[in-house]
Design a binder for this molecule. Structure first.
Ligand code: APR
Ligand code: ZN
Ligand code: ZN
Length: 366
């Protein structure tokens, strides 16, 4: 099959033919219809996040089940599926307590570049090629854990559905599942990219009265208005923390979200929540970086500091719900899909995301 391979950080992806083994026990072969390009793929390409190389990146995919391995009862051949990059074991204490995004079995294996049994189904000339986040959707086919396949209605366009696999779940989930944004509240979102715009529309869905978008790119701020932003701050021109406090009577917002993945903007995020407010960190910072917070004020100002991993997703419940909201016209997903490319042109897609021109470039397969 054709796949795009990253051989070394800071190089272009190479589109080439690789081998893909049959699905093993508990696994599923999916013929991909589409894959979004996400900033987490860029982190690996730029070398700020480590994963075994060579790798097939891509973790925002949707397609149709082509074959299932032994012991798989769900999904079935022919099902339309969105792929979750946090599959689950169903047996650890997190899974059993309704927090499958923290599944301890999956977390332990997430960075190995393999499937859950510790081996890869991908190879080239007999040498292993690694998976990324259990998906590797920059390829015509993917072998994935069955628990990462979320069956959806066949009338939903698969290119749009692919985006639910990362950006939409992460953003909408951060607002609804992690923060539980309350009606009438004030919200600030730093970073108006694929994830940040979905935090905004999640907050809007929850009934936030004001949503302040913060970005350094004026085009992103314009797009924010479509996704529910009521005010915009260009933080390349003004101090975002001061500006947010000015817009909120000097106090700060009820909920602040960071969707960039930098310690500096994470600190801004903490500062722009009001005392007693909720701070939600969504962006993934470079491996090894640290966030410094004022030790006294953490106590005195009682902010709730939350991490949000994959939008605290329960994928089998949340993804069909998100798509139902989309089909009902209550979530904007078509507007996220700004550009479409074939796999042969994947480096152009990566470039458009890098320079901030695309919200989401989507790779389409035949
Ligand atoms: N201040 C404010 N906004 C910034 C800054 C900054 N210093 N630096 C970058 N941005 C903005 C960009 O202009 C862009 O609009 O952050 C946005 C990032 O958007 P995308 O590139 O679309 O990234 P996205 O896919 O949304 O991911 C954001 O979440 O899932 C994680 O790994 C992902 O860390 C990444 C983050
Ligand atoms: Zn992603
Ligand atoms: Zn588990």
């Amino acid at each position: 099959m054709k796949a795009a391979i990253l051989e070394a950080p800071a190089t272009e992806l190479i589109v080439t033919s690789i081998d893909c083994q049959e699905p093993q026990a508990g696994e599923v072969l999916v013929k991909l219809a589409a894959s979004g390009v996400c900033h987490s793929d860029l982190h690996v390409i730029h070398g700020t996040q480590a994963t075994p190389l060579p790798v097939v990146l891509g973790h925002e995919g949707a397609g149709i089940v082509e074959a299932v391995g032994p012991n798989v009862t769900q999904p079935k051949v022919g099902d339309h599926v969105v792929l979750s990059w946090v599959p689950y074991c169903g047996q650890c204490s997190y899974c059993l307590s309704g927090r499958p995004n923290l599944c301890s079995v999956v977390y332990a294996a997430l960075a190995n570049g393999t499937l859950l049994d510790g081996t890869s189904r991908l190879s080239r000339g007999g040498a292993p090629v690694y998976h990324y986040s259990f998906i590797s959707s920059f390829a015509e086919y993917a072998v994935v854990p069955a628990s990462g396949c979320i069956v959806i209605q066949p009338d939903i366009p698969l290119d749009i559905a692919s985006l639910v696999g990362c950006a939409v779940m992460t953003g909408v989930g951060a607002a609804l599942n992690t923060a539980h944004v309350r009606p009438g509240s004030s919200v600030a979102v730093i970073g108006a990219g694929g994830v940040g715009l979905n935090i905004m529309q999640g907050a809007q869905l929850a009934g936030a009265a004001s949503i302040i978008a913060i970005d350094i790119n004026p085009a992103k701020l314009e797009q924010s208005v479509i996704f529910g932003a009521t005010q915009c701050i260009n933080s390349a021109q003004t101090d975002a923390v001061t500006a947010v406090r000015e817009l909120t009577g000097g106090l700060g917002v009820d909920y602040s979200f960071e969707a960039v993945g930098r310690p500096q903007t994470m600190r801004q995020c903490w500062e722009m929540a009001r005392p007693g407010g909720t701070v939600v960190m969504v962006g993934i910072a470079p491996d090894g970086s640290e966030l410094v917070l004022p030790a006294t004020r953490i106590v005195r100002e009682e902010r709730h500091l939350l991490g949000s991993f994959y939008g605290s997703a329960r994928p089998h419940i949340d993804m069909p719900m998100i798509l139902e909201l989309y089909m009902a016209g209550k979530l904007k997903l078509d507007e996220l899909a700004t550009h479409r490319f074939s796999l042969a042109h994947i480096n152009e897609a990566v470039h458009l995301l890098e320079v901030g021109e695309a919200i989401r470039p989507i790779i389409l397969y035949d």
